[in-house]
Ligand binder design. Structure first.
Ligand code: DC
Length: 218
């Protein structure tokens, strides 16, 4: 059994790479960003003040489930609803709340206890799985990340300019890396991979090289 942690800023390609890697290695992929998005969606629907630590009591009766690449919140498949611009723009607020992080980190550790996983997020190598056998910090330039996000959105009919998307990404990077609890940062023992000029296959192959080098596949 082994764990691979993939951290990095928004739009660096973490989920695409993690998904492809999990498929190649035939192990489970766990998208932790989707969990923060699901909590954000519920908070928005409830109309709470997202910055109020005391407004997250609803977590006590929230049930999250990740199955077959779908995200379920209280039994509802929210896989599409968590990808809207509204959820994306608001997700960094709940991610700053200690109660939200504790709830999700506990859940993330629990679901990765008994199996090999590729888990992606911001704090996987530093907080969630500090003993992961392989830690990757996936980075890319702001412009490159913005272009990728635009393409991804265009597929669902959402159009935003390059400038707006770059601003959105810079703002989110700032919020994610300066928050008090579990800020986005590269773990000391992580391998930094800059994907700006690499194809998906090249990044996956590079990580597979490290998987083999560490003898993770028996
Ligand atoms: O990777 P993403 O865009 O789906 O992440 C959504 C939000 O959740 C983003 O603001 C960062 C936050 N997040 C986090 O704080 N910790 C994680 N492990 C994963 C995501």
């Amino acid at each position: 059994m082994f764990k691979i942690a993939i951290d990095g800023p928004a739009g660096a390609g973490k989920s695409t790479i993690a998904k492809a890697l999990a498929k190649t290695l035939n192990i489970e992929y766990i998208d932790t960003g989707a969990m923060y998005r699901a909590i954000t969606l519920k908070a928005l629907r409830k109309g709470i003040d997202l910055d109020d630590d005391n407004a997250y009591g609803f977590l006590d009766d929230t049930v999250l489930d990740i199955a077959n690449g779908h995200v379920y919140m209280d039994g509802e498949d929210v896989s599409t609803a968590i990808r809207t611009v509204e959820v994306t723009e608001n997700a960094s607020a709940p991610a700053r709340i200690a109660k939200v992080r504790t709830f999700l980190v506990d859940y993330q550790r629990k679901i990765s206890e008994s199996k090999s996983v590729v888990m992606d997020g911001r704090d996987i190598g530093t907080v969630v799985l500090p003993r992961a056998e392989l830690k990757i910090y996936l980075d890319a330039s702001v412009e490159c990340r913005a272009r990728r996000r635009m393409l991804e959105r265009e597929q669902s009919g959402i159009f935003k300019s390059l400038e707006d998307t770059m601003n959105e990404i810079t703002t989110r990077d700032f919020k994610d890396s300066t928050r008090k609890i579990s800020p986005l940062k590269c773990a000391e023992d992580a391998i930094v991979v800059d994907s700006s000029k690499m194809s998906i296959d090249e990044v996956v192959n590079k990580i597979i090289f490290y998987v083999n080098e560490r003898g993770l596949i028996k």
